[in-house]
Design a protein around this ligand. Structure first.
Ligand code: DQA
Length: 146
């Protein structure tokens, strides 16, 4: 019942980075929120952030054995990374792709995701609440596997 929560590039700047798009909560606020929600749902959270594609691949690979599910906001790598998608596709556990902003209401290049086809669920535009929703989805999935 341990869930891996992965935030990709530039999400370390949350709260300061385009707050009108991404909100004012910092990354540590967000991670704290995830831990709180997870506890309520009987889950445990392992929270990671990296700006580096290869580090994100290594982190995702940890969930091959160590976690019951993965929540990932791949940031800009959403729209570029075949390697990250391949790492996620290899996982035997459900993946939820989360975006703070509604990527479909922004520049056209943000509408395409390499990750979505290998995700069990995709949540965009719900801000930090999207992570709560993702945890809730995984809590249901983990007790009642499809
Ligand atoms: C994002 C959306 C991406 O297009 C962007 O590159 C990000 C953040 C989001 O959470 O809305 O870095 O994933």
């Amino acid at each position: 019942r341990r869930v891996l929560v992965v935030n990709g590039p530039n999400l370390n700047l949350l709260g300061r980075r385009e707050p009108e798009v991404y909100g004012t909560e910092t990354l540590s606020d967000l991670e704290e929120r995830c831990r709180r929600t997870a506890t309520e749902l009987g889950l445990e959270v392992d929270a990671r952030q990296s700006n580096h594609e290869g580090v994100l691949v290594d982190t995702v690979q940890e969930a091959m054995t160590g976690h019951g599910g993965v929540i990932i906001n791949p940031g800009g790598y959403t729209h570029t990374s075949v390697a990250l998608r391949d790492a996620l596709a290899a996982l035997p556990v459900p993946v939820v792709e989360v975006h703070l902003s509604n990527v479909h209401a922004r520049e056209a290049f943000r509408s395409h995701s390499y990750v979505s086809p290998v995700a069990a669920a995709v949540i965009a535009g719900a801000g930090v609440t999207g992570y709560d929703l993702a945890l809730r989805f995984l809590a249901e999935r983990l007790v009642r596997p499809a």
